[in-house]
Design a protein around this ligand. Structure first.
Ligand SMILES: [Zn+2]
Ligand SMILES: [Zn+2]
Length: 276
């Protein structure tokens, strides 16, 4: 099994060091884990959820390299990153990514509007029409992310539902913008993650929802898996379910990355490799 979406205490809102996550993955029989802490951003953007440039250079990057050596033979460790997409910061983020040899970059939309950011749709509930507009704005932003060239994997595609606040049926605009975002993912040859953290949030539903995965499968969008663990024991959380979705919507093929090259591997092969 492969878990490509994990955080550490460098992200300020997660607990445990990288090695705790590696040990957890080994304990659960994983063949491959990727670390994907939030990227440094310019001008003090959202400092409470990410590492600084110094932390990246002094702790994160050398830490991954050390653990890759230490655990070679036990588990494959990939050097990943979760990169925020926020208009105005694209060139900073692109230049940063180009300077380092990541295995993969997960792209995310976490905030709309002015920052320091607020939740995508904070409780209490807005007027229904505002909720619809917020969803449209969110999926439009995800489309821009897909077209930005920043990432290899689109994170938690329908994160906007996180607090369980849903759009009304009266608007086709939400579906239209969502389908446009999916098409942009396909046209830009990107992969989408099945992210199990939604099951641990108020919405209590996987990202993306199954009806979206069904559409993604029609488009032929490749999939990978991530727990978005913010504590070591969450590595691989609900992955039996995630893998049943891989079987259903990606013909049992999971995308793995090295040096930002994607390969779609039969997950049965991963299981066999792990046994030998
Ligand atoms: Zn995220
Ligand atoms: Zn994350």
């Amino acid at each position: 099994m492969v878990d490509y979406h994990t955080h550490t205490r460098l992200c300020k809102h997660a607990v445990g060091v990288m090695e705790d996550y590696i040990e957890s993955a080994i304990g659960k029989g994983f063949s491959e884990i990727g670390v994907s802490c939030h990227n440094p951003m310019p001008d003090g953007y959202d400092l409470e959820h990410r590492m600084t440039m110094d932390e990246f250079n002094q702790i994160y990057k050398p830490g991954v390299r050390n653990l890759q050596q230490k655990y070679s033979g036990a588990i494959t460790i990939k050097f990943g990153l979760e990169a925020d997409y926020y208009p105005g910061t694209e060139s900073f983020v692109k230049n940063f990514i180009a300077e380092h040899d990541f295995d993969y970059v997960i792209g995310s939309v976490h905030y709309l509007g002015a920052w320091p950011g607020t939740e995508l749709i904070p409780a209490p509930i807005f007027e229904r029409v505002v909720v619809n507009l917020r969803y449209e704005e969110y999926f439009e932003r995800v489309r821009q992310l897909a077209e930005s060239g920043i990432c290899d994997i689109i994170a938690h595609f329908d994160l906007v539902k996180k607090n369980g606040i849903r759009p009304g049926n009266e608007s086709n605009g939400v579906d239209d913008t969502m389908y446009r975002a999916l098409r942009a993912i396909k046209e830009n040859n990107l992969c989408m993650e099945i992210n199990t953290s939604g099951l641990r949030k108020k919405v209590a539903e996987i990202y993306p929802a199954e009806d979206i995965l069904e559409r993604a499968a029609e488009y032929g969008i490749p999939l990978t898996t991530g727990s978005d663990a913010h504590k070591p024991q969450d590595v691989g959380s609900d992955f039996e379910y995630a893998y049943s979705l891989i079987d259903k919507y990606a013909n049992g093929k999971i995308s793995v990355f090295s040096q930002r090259n994607r390969e779609e591997v039969d997950r049965e092969v991963l299981v066999d490799n792990n046994k030998t």
